[in-house]
Design a binder for this molecule. Structure first.
Ligand SMILES: NC(=O)c1ccc[n+]([C@@H]2O[C@H](COP(=O)([O-])OP(=O)(O)OC[C@H]3O[C@@H](n4cnc5c(N)ncnc54)[C@H](OP(=O)(O)O)[C@@H]3O)[C@@H](O)[C@H]2O)c1
Length: 282
């Protein structure tokens, strides 16, 4: 039986990750919330992981407040970079495979045709993206110096029934507003957490080699089109106006195009609107 440690079990992805793996009898699962194990407490993390000595560490923690990160640079880098370095070092010492999640925001977003795993346009527009990219680099550095095995899985526009995400925000806003203004000049791929988890499990089961992987549902749309579909599926009759990014003053800049392309696996990426329907009926 293999042992898995899941960090960040109260987050959107972390909660779903726990629910998925706990049902699998082939794995023994240990999971921790931020209160139980703060990843910035390097020594405690090291002692805890040493005691468990897991086969896999699945890190679902992150500082994910994209706008607040602009004024909380140190904390964003502490959680998304330095703590990730510490996790990578511990995994290397323990021979634990490190599964980590990153983001489309590591790219500048200039590439209309999308981004493959080896695309070198790594010029994040915001602190969140910079801190996540630094975390990626640290993992790769440790892997080059040691026997660390890892998956860095970049994903985008996560949605689920639970958690803070665009789908839930639109449903909430639609209850209280007469019309919505939604950005129509940023394009990406919505990703259902459960599909991302199946992809993660697929990498593990098929024993893919260490490296960066891209996972999102297939199809590339604007936030405006995403919002329209969310309302349509839920029979919400509300006027939605397409607006440009300049309409909303946000602290953080966001990439215009952030379509992620998976060139490394033969996993089937289902289209985002099928996954969205499942999110509502499941
Ligand atoms: N959501 C998206 O659209 C999206 C897109 C691309 C990539 N990603 C990546 O996907 C992963 C999962 O994201 P998510 O949406 O599930 O994020 P989330 O819902 O914000 O969950 C992150 C979790 O990390 C925990 N955490 C924060 N600081 C911590 C610390 N110091 N020690 C331990 N735990 C800590 C948070 O706890 P508290 O809530 O108590 O702070 C929260 O439970 C992240 O790596 C994220 O960068 C997400």
């Amino acid at each position: 039986m293999k042992t898995i440690v899941i960090l960040g079990k109260n987050g959107m992805l972390g909660k779903r990750m726990f629910d998925f793996f706990i049902k699998n009898e082939n794995y023994k699962i240990f999971s921790f919330s931020k209160n139980e194990l703060d990843i910035t407490d390097f020594l405690k993390v090291q002692n805890t992981l040493k005691k468990i000595n897991p086969d896999f560490l699945i890190n679902c923690t992150a500082y994910t407040k994209v706008d607040e990160a602009e004024n909380n640079r140190e904390l964003a880098f502490l959680i998304n970079s330095k703590s990730v370095l510490n996790l990578a070092k511990i995994c290397s010492e323990l021979n634990t495979k490190f599964v980590h999640f990153s983001t489309d925001y590591v790219f500048s977003g200039k590439n209309k045709d999308g981004y493959c795993e080896n695309n070198e346009d790594l010029n994040p527009l915001n602190i969140y993206g910079k801190s996540k990219l630094k975390g990626e680099k640290y993992i790769q550095e440790i892997s080059e110096k040691s026997n660390l095995e890892y998956y860095i899985i970049r994903t985008s526009w996560l949605f689920d029934k639970i958690g803070n995400n665009f789908v839930n925000t639109i449903l909430k806003l639609a209850k209280n507003k007469k019309e919505l203004n939604i950005i129509n000049d940023q394009f990406g791929s919505p990703t259902y957490t459960l599909d991302l988890i199946n992809f993660t499990n697929y990498l593990i089961l098929k024993n893919y080699s260490s490296g960066i992987y891209h996972f999102s549902n297939s199809g590339c749309i604007s936030w405006y089109n995403f919002a329209k579909k969310i309302c349509e599926i839920n029979n919400i009759n509300i006027k939605i106006n397409p607006v440009s990014s300049n309409f909303f003053k946000t602290e953080a800049k966001r990439p215009k195009y952030s379509y992620l392309i998976d060139t490394k696996t033969d996993f089937t990426h289902r289209v985002w609107n099928d996954a969205l329907i499942e999110n509502f009926i499941s």
